[in-house]
Design a protein around this ligand. Structure first.
Ligand SMILES: [Zn+2]
Length: 299
């Protein structure tokens, strides 16, 4: 059965006045359950990732500042969340959820994390709501354990996967592909193995055409595992992203990626990434579509 990582801490409330939409992490599983798309048995609550596994992807000094809650105020501002023990625990459970998901995906074809996609966290920094890079951590876990030998990360969040690119800059076994808004955060981009920067306002047709022509090229890496970051901040309604995809276009994007994985027998772990449309329903609908498409194709 397809497994989905979820823990109540994923929707951990932020301090008063914080506008990051944590509520989506509560609403996504609620809606999927309500619509009968999933049952409670699809959900699993991950433990915390271990320090040893974190250190495969993040530098010790940075990790200790997180662990001891001594990250300098300037660095916390870069993250956008005040660092607390609960937020760190949340992030550690998300990372373990992505590792467990990767293992489930190897058995079942696909697995999801209701949260994750924390691709701005680099080896020694956090930023843009990301402390620990869940898919990087899970990818290094698989490589280190000999459970995958060549991994592909498909990052279609509107923001470049700069942390992921940096962590794997010198890792030939891992191919990072990021298609993102050129004019969007982060303003200083890192170099992925393949970056496709997009102009502001790109709509469904052009976006999907670019994706369609790119996916087959990624097979040249000869991956045996895929991580997909399915951020829905590509929607026209998104207040941070500058692209202009419709909800249908976003759903078609997911279909193309997940069908590509299925067609080539590539197990895939999916993390949700960003989504900042002013109407929470748009965010939740678009994320739920990713689950529906994935279940459709793989179950
Ligand atoms: Zn994003």
């Amino acid at each position: 059965m397809v497994k989905i990582a979820w823990h109540h801490l994923f929707a951990h409330p932020l301090p008063e006045g914080h506008r990051f939409p944590m509520i989506k992490y509560e609403l996504i599983p609620e809606q999927l359950l309500y619509e009968g798309v999933i049952s409670a048995s699809h959900l699993f609550a991950p433990e915390r990732v271990s320090e040893a596994v974190i250190l495969l992807s993040h530098e010790q000094g940075y990790w200790e500042q997180l662990r001891d809650l001594t990250l300098p105020a300037r660095e916390q501002r870069r993250i956008g969340f005040p660092l607390t023990a609960q937020l760190l625990e949340r992030e550690m459970r998300i990372a373990q959820g992505t590792i467990d998901g990767a293992l489930y995906a190897k058995a079942n074809g696909i697995a999801f994390n209701v949260a994750g996609g924390t691709h701005h966290a680099g080896s020694n920094w956090g930023e843009g709501f990301c402390l620990l890079n869940d898919q990087a951590i899970a990818a290094n876990y698989l490589l280190n354990a000999g459970l995958a030998s060549r991994i592909l990360i498909i990052d279609l969040d509107v923001h470049q996967g700069n942390g992921t690119a940096e962590i794997f800059y010198n890792e030939a076994r891992l191919f990072t592909f990021s298609m993102h808004g050129d004019k969007n955060f982060p303003f200083r981009k890192e170099r992925s193995d393949l970056d496709i920067p997009l102009d502001d306002g790109i709509t469904d047709e052009a976006f999907l055409a670019k994706l369609e022509e790119t996916l087959p090229l990624l097979l040249a890496h000869q991956p045996d595992f895929v991580f997909y970051l399915s951020g829905v901040d590509v929607l026209e309604s998104d207040k941070l992203g500058k692209l202009a995809l419709s909800k249908e276009g976003c759903k078609e994007r997911d279909r193309k990626v997940l069908q590509f994985c299925k067609d080539h027998n590539l197990p895939v772990q999916v993390s949700m990434g960003g989504g900042y449309s002013p109407n929470i329903k748009d965010i939740v609908d678009a994320h739920c579509n990713t689950f529906k498409i994935g279940l459709d194709i793989f179950e």
